[in-house]
Design a protein around this ligand. Structure first.
Ligand code: PEP
Ligand code: MG
Length: 558
């Protein structure tokens, strides 16, 4: 009998594989009817207020049981539930005669539409807002909130998109994998699946109807869900799951290619608090420490002493290892009130990164001093870390010289620049003479090369670091670094994509830095290729005409 297998394509998160029976997340509560209340607006408002308080309390209870990224997303949802602008909108609708339930529904929907219109990351936050509305309406109706289905046996959860409160509390013993119809690669489902290493495929589309109880194979590396797989397909998937488990259980080795070429695998960190987890996952140092967290929410810059304490704590986790700290990168997607005070029509092309620091020199001076003090403290400890410091958004050799000279004048040992602006790559051989090292930020380099705002969902398809134009700039930087004997690292998201990581090494990257959850998959992929093979894949990729073409061309090289 012929086997009736169907394949559904989505966007895979990570490289996990799962086999199991699917269970569908219940659909949202039905939309409240368009009704007028009986005239007692005060009673409606009081009921809504009680419901909001109860929904927030319920979320708070969930937040207390969650941890890490899960806790943060639930706390963000609690803030949304209590947003004064939304509350005003609900009140105005009740005053106009609408029932409380309907007023909540309409006010949240209007807010959701505004977020969707913004596209990208903001559009994906609209799911979170919809979840908060459901919780408030469920409280008003006195019915349970739709949530993750319960089952005594493990299952693969399929949902339209998962809300933060659900993903944060997923029982990992029961949920083998996640499939969403709507979510994109930056949805909460994707972020949390990555953080918790749950195999996931997002955005399979509304038509992907898979009945409860159907067996599927989920292959995140290819983004394919195989519905009703054959026995051979199940056996193959089970073997791959076992192989991955064996890899995860094996002692962690340093990053290296099949021919023994060392490629140190480093962590991107945003706080010293995340350092211990990164070390446990085998990070061989830090390739990008984003210092913005020290400054976010602050009305004024933190003091030298405050900063020094954070940097010293960071260094203490990496004795004998390299730690690359980036000077404050304020502006555009990371605005800071006290640094970016002027209105700019195009902030990504404005006074950001190093430009903003030079405009407010005291902030840069304080930060470099704090780093120098931390460098001295680690040197005095029995087990010093090796501190490297780099500047963001550097445009040319002149800016490179400025930052390197200033850093050295203030006593820093190793000073380099990030390559995020295409102009820097175009003068790469000049830069490589001046800087001690270069670190390529592929997120911004892609944004500027393809002229595609990284915050804008409508141009997200241009934001693909596989584009041969981006890869050619990486090659220029890699070649210049090799000629001058200077290290060239990668610290953008591109390094976390295992196949792309191989190509980046082929283009001349000497280290790769990424979110720690991606380290294991990249380590495995690198171990399977020689430098010669990585170079052959890189040559094939840069000859392609598109990002998709580059992916396919690299994959076709054995
Ligand atoms: C980058 O631009 O690739 C980068 C690593 O910096 P950020 O994402 O913080 O802008
Ligand atoms: Mg950047």
């Amino acid at each position: 009998m012929e086997h009736n297998t169907v394949q559904v394509q989505g966007v895979g998160v990570g490289r996990g594989v799962a086999v199991g029976l699917v269970l569908t997340m219940p659909e949202p509560l039905p939309e409240p009817a368009e009704q007028k209340h009986g005239g007692d607006a005060a009673a409606e408002k009081a009921a809504v207020s009680t419901a909001v308080t109860a929904a927030a309390a319920e979320l708070q209870a969930r937040a207390e049981k969650a941890d890490g990224a899960g806790k943060e997303v639930i706390e963000a949802a609690i803030q949304m539930a209590q947003d004064p602008m939304l509350a005003d909108d609900v009140t105005a609708r009740i005053d106009a005669g609408t029932t409380g339930e309907r007023a909540v529904f309409e006010a949240f929907r209007s807010f959701q539409e505004q977020l969707i219109a913004l596209g990208g990351y903001m559009a994906e936050r609209s799911t979170d807002l919809g979840d908060v509305a459901q919780r408030i309406i469920a409280q008003l109706r006195g019915v349970p909130v739709p949530g993750v289905p319960e089952s005594d046996t493990p299952f693969i959860l399929i949902a339209r998109d998962l809300a933060p409160a659900d993903t944060a509390l997923l029982d990992l013993n029961q949920v083998r994998g996640l499939i969403t119809r709507d979510g994109g690669p930056t949805s909460h489902t994707a972020i949390l699946a990555r953080a918790k290493s749950i195999p996931a495929i997002v955005g399979v589309g509304a038509d992907a109807a898979i009945a409860d109880g159907t067996r599927v194979v989920l292959d995140a590396a290819s983004g394919v869900v195989t519905v009703d797989p054959s026995d051979e397909q199940v056996a193959d998937a089970r073997k791959r799951i076992a192989d991955r488990a064996a890899q995860a259980a094996a002692p962690i080795t340093d990053g290296a290619l099949a021919d023994g070429t060392k490629i140190p695998l480093l962590a991107n960190l945003g706080s010293p608090k995340d350092a211990a987890d990164a070390v446990a996952l085998g990070a061989e140092g830090v390739g990008l420490f984003r210092t913005e967290f020290l400054f976010l929410d602050a009305q004024t810059a933190p003091t030298v002493a405050d900063q020094q304490q954070q940097y010293t704590e960071l260094l203490s986790h990496f004795p004998g290892k390299k730690v690359v700290v980036r000077a404050l990168d304020a502006g555009a997607d990371k605005p800071l009130a006290f640094l970016n005070d002027a209105h700019e029509e195009n902030p990504a092309l404005g006074v950001r990164g190093l430009r903003a620091l030079r405009a407010k020199l005291q902030i840069l001076t304080d930060q470099l001093e704090a780093l120098k003090n931390a460098q001295d403290e680690t040197a005095a400890s029995g087990a010093p870390a090796d501190l490297w410091v780099m500047a963001p958004m550097v445009a040319d050799a002149g800016e490179t010289r400025y930052f390197v000279e200033y850093g050295k004048q203030l006593g820093l040992k190793t000073v380099g620049v990030m390559a995020e602006v295409p102009s820097l790559a175009l003068v790469a051989e000049q830069v490589a003479q001046i800087a001690d090292f270069v670190s390529i930020g592929t997120n911004d380099l892609t944004q500027y090369t393809l002229a595609a705002d990284r915050m804008l969902g409508t141009v997200a398809s241009y934001q693909d670091p596989w584009h041969p134009a981006v890869l050619r700039l990486v090659k220029m930087l890699g070649d210049a670094g090799a000629a001058a004997g200077k290290p060239v690292g990668i610290c953008g998201e591109a390094a976390a994509d295992p196949q792309l990581a191989v190509v980046l090494v082929g283009l001349g990257a000497t280290t790769l830095s990424m979110t720690p959850a991606a380290l294991a998959d990249v380590r495995t992929e690198l171990a399977g290729v020689t430098l010669e093979q990585a170079r052959a894949k890189a040559i094939a990729a840069i000859a392609a005409e598109s990002a998709a073409g580059a992916r396919a061309a690299a994959a076709a090289v054995a």
